[in-house]
Design a protein around this ligand. Structure first.
Ligand code: NAP
Length: 495
């Protein structure tokens, strides 16, 4: 965000993407491929393998064999940690290639990726590499009988299928893969069909770092068939999922027959509350970037803005001015603040929400239209609706795009009531100079993350996840290891 302009990297045609199974790159068993499209140019970047059900079977079998072989699952923790540190270093070394892939595939500004996403991703491998050194330790416990002891031991779950969404594809893969590998699991990763390009480069990094063959497998293809096959497979122990609430619910249902472990990182409709005593310059910046960073394709976007009445008109005016001045453009251009939406399907969906807002009682104060840059691209203007109520469709649904309804309120009680009046509970923000009030309200808002006088802060150490329909389980932080391990109690008679 807000970087000094530097040189503009050039697009390049990438080699077609294959599947990684048992340490070898190969085509889909029937040779099928699908194009992945650059939303800025609307041209095909490259073809990517479309895995068959037979490929899913091979990938799971490979992960299972590798798990049972023990070259990873029983490897000494320090050796595992060293390899994870090597993954981190290789990610940093290849950062520009990853940034190019994410900019071309997802429309994320290249500089944002280098400044924010890549340090987070390599940081995840460093954190979990460190945790691998001791987090699997157990305990030696007394019982009622003086001659018996319980030895507790933490073990990996087995085969983890990681199913990831189209937004922040690398970060949301690393947040699963780093703890899963640290704990000794083996993995089959299925990235989103729209943005598979960084997954291919990550799989190569993992191979190059020395993770044994079969421990990490990558299959690309459609969620409804390929993803579903992983969810139902009896040899998969856990589904680590990030995506929409509707697909998450499906996965829980379909995984129930084989009693899958699941973590669910799902949708959000996060309230950002600005009180009249806030530092207005900072609060308006937090509100602007809270919704418009990565063109609103962020699960924790501040997608409902609640503003206290005494400052309401001023905040609306300032946000509209910022939105109207935002620089839309090629994500590779260092001057760009907002790129295109990631795919035509997302573009069409968000457009419908913009129309729904226009037809509602809310007042359009900025944006509201699509844009072409150099005659092409899936751009939607940063769009602000003032005088919204929390009952409107644009205030209730997760739009997942650059659309912000602003809702006025009076006082703490009304702010908390509106903030919590949503099925979701992923994130929230409180902008005020009164820290006591901020901490009191943070306790009362049902959300997995609460930002005070800021937005979009992340660190590998901070547990991340949802309340309510935004999911369960935590990624990042030492807490994440809980959902990739299980405890065993070994009873010993020492008489
Ligand atoms: P999505 O449509 O739910 O897809 C997510 C993943 O699930 C994709 O890989 C998809 O494959 C796969 N999938 C689809 N149907 C499946 C099925 N029946 N069985 C197994 N897998 C299936 O989500 P998205 O549109 O990519 O991502 C946006 C959503 O993710 C938003 O709701 C956003 O809030 C949420 N999100 C949450 C977080 C968080 O941390 N809480 C972070 C980022 C995003 P295909 O791509 O092939 O369809």
């Amino acid at each position: 965000m807000n970087q000094e302009p530097t040189r503009m990297p050039q697009r390049k045609r990438l080699a077609s993407g294959q599947l990684l199974i048992d340490g070898k790159w190969r085509n889909a068993s029937d040779g099928a491929t699908v194009p992945t499209v650059d939303p800025t140019t609307e041209e095909t970047i490259t073809e990517v393998a479309k895995a068959t059900l037979e490929d899913a079977e091979s990938a799971v079998a490979s992960a299972r064999r590798a798990f049972e072989a023990g070259d990873w699952s029983r490897l000494h923790h320090e050796a595992r940690a060293k390899i994870l540190f090597r993954v981190a270093d290789l990610l940093d070394e290849r950062a520009e290639d990853f940034a190019l892939r994410e900019a071309m595939d997802m429309g994320m500004p290249y500089r944002d990726f280098l400044d924010v996403i890549m340090p987070h991703c390599s940081g995840l491998f460093r954190l979990f590499g460190g945790l691998a050194m001791h987090a699997m330790d157990g305990a030696y416990r007394a019982t009622y009988e003086p001659h018996t002891r319980i030895l507790t031991r933490r073990e990996p779950l087995g085969v983890v299928a990681a199913i990831t969404p189209f937004n922040f594809p690398l970060a949301l893969t690393c947040s699963k893969v780093a703890p899963a590998l640290a704990a000794g699991n083996t993995i089959v990763h299925k990235p989103a069909s729209d943005t598979p390009l960084t997954a291919l480069a990550l799989a190569q990094v993992i191979l190059d770092a020395g993770v044994p063959d079969g421990v990490y497998n990558l299959v690309t293809g459609p969620g409804g068939t390929l993803g579903d096959a992983l969810v139902r497979h009896p040899l998969v122990d856990k589904i680590a999922f990030t995506g929409s609430t509707a697909v998450g619910q499906n996965i829980i249902r379909n995984g129930a027959a084989t009693l899958k472990h699941t973590t669910m990182e799902l949708g959000g409709k996060s309230p950002n509350i600005i009180f009249a005593d806030a530092d207005l310059d900072a609060a308006v910046q937090a509100a602007f970037w809270g919704i418009f960073w990565n063109k609103g394709e962020v699960c924790v976007a501040g997608s409902r803005l609640l503003v206290e009445r005494p400052i309401y008109d001023e905040v609306v005016e300032r946000l509209a001015a910022l939105a109207n001045a935002a620089v839309l453009g090629d994500p590779l251009d260092p001057r760009t603040q907002m790129g295109p939406l990631a795919s035509k399907a997302e573009f069409d969906k968000v457009r419908q929400y913009v129309e729904s807002g226009k037809a509602s009682s809310a007042r359009l104060v900025a944006g509201g239209d699509v844009r072409k840059i150099d005659g092409r691209g899936l751009f939607i203007e940063p769009t602000v609706f003032a005088d919204a109520t929390n009952e409107l469709k644009i205030s209730r649904d997760e739009i997942f795009g650059p659309v912000l309804p602003i809702i006025p309120f009076d006082g703490d009680e009304e702010a908390v009531r509106i903030a919590n009046d949503t099925p979701y509970g992923l994130a929230a923000g409180i902008q005020t100079r009164d820290l006591s009030r901020a901490l009191r309200l943070a306790d009362r808002i049902a959300a997995g993350t609460v930002w005070i006088n800021t937005w979009h802060k992340y660190h590998p150490n901070g547990p991340f996840g949802g309340y309510k329909m935004s999911g369960y389980g935590r990624e990042q932080g030492a807490e994440a290891l809980e959902s990739y391990t299980q405890y065993k109690s070994i009873w010993a008679n020492i008489a």
